[in-house]
Design a protein around this ligand. Structure first.
Ligand SMILES: Nc1nc2c(ncn2[C@@H]2O[C@H](COP(=O)(O)OP(=O)(O)OP(=O)(O)O)[C@@H](O)[C@H]2O)c(=O)[nH]1
Ligand SMILES: [Mg+2]
Length: 217
């Protein structure tokens, strides 16, 4: 127990990179806007390349985490740029649109691209987005809830429930669960000597290129 507490305190002020991926228009940028600023602005633009958004959070046990959220474009033309940003991610969020079956079927490709780059310790969460459509247009649903649950189970992904960036449903909870999972995995790696605690603190060079909140045009 003492050892655990010691290690956990090492991990305070963790710097954690999380990438968000998925099809064009699945709602990745809106999910981040909801999580980071708790809003859903009227303006929407497709992401160009990769955008960087920082957010500091505090976990229930007081652990402080400095998140570096990488919002990637779903568009094929930026693929080489976006996958390059998966490299240092300790966590990832995969998004699909419950009213767009193709975005669900493409999850296999997104997951494969991700797992080609990250290591086995990267924690991945699944967000089925736009569940608010069920309030007014349930006939627009193209992916059953159970399909998402099964995909998450089969691929060892964190799954809480269907989400909506628009209606503010479950987005924050998924990110908190993801970060919680990341802390558990990283704590274990440090405890077992597979990773040094210092490796969890990013160097300035790792992020300096991207401090304009946008990169890779
Ligand atoms: N109904 C509904 N629409 C949403 C939701 N989230 C996003 N949208 C809409 O979906 C469209 C695409 O949203 P974005 O967040 O830009 O999608 P993206 O995945 O970032 O797209 P790319 O950057 O091009 O890869 C916009 O018109 C949003 O308003 C949601 O929770 N519910
Ligand atoms: Mg976007």
């Amino acid at each position: 127990m003492t050892t655990f507490l010691k290690v956990a305190s090492y991990l305070n002020n963790l710097k954690v990179i999380v990438v968000i991926t998925g099809d064009v228009s699945s709602g990745k940028s809106k999910i981040l806007e909801r999580f980071v600023y708790n809003r859903f602005g009227e303006k929407t633009q497709p992401t160009i390349g990769v955008e960087f958004i920082p957010k500091n959070i505090e976990m229930a046990d007081g652990t402080k985490v400095r998140l570096q959220l990488w919002d990637t474009a779903g568009s094929e033309k930026y693929r080489s740029i976006t996958t390059g940003h998966y490299r240092n991610a300790l966590g990832a969020v995969l998004v699909y649109d419950i009213a767009n079956a193709e975005s669900f079927y493409n999850l296999n490709n997104w997951l494969e691209e991700l797992r080609n780059v990250v290591d086995d310790h990267t924690v991945i969460a699944l967000i089925p987005n736009k569940c608010d459509i069920m309030f007014k247009h349930p006939e627009q649903r193209e992916v059953m809830k159970e399909q998402g649950q099964l995909f998450a189970r089969d691929n060892n992904l964190i799954y809480l429930e269907e989400c909506s960036a628009l209606a503010d449903i479950a987005v924050n909870d998924v990110f908190m669960a993801l970060v919680d999972g990341i802390i558990k995995v990283q704590t274990e790696l440090v405890k077992t000597g597979k990773k040094s605690k210092n490796s969890l603190k990013l160097k300035d060079e790792d992020i300096s290129l991207h401090y304009n909140h946008r990169c890779c045009y």
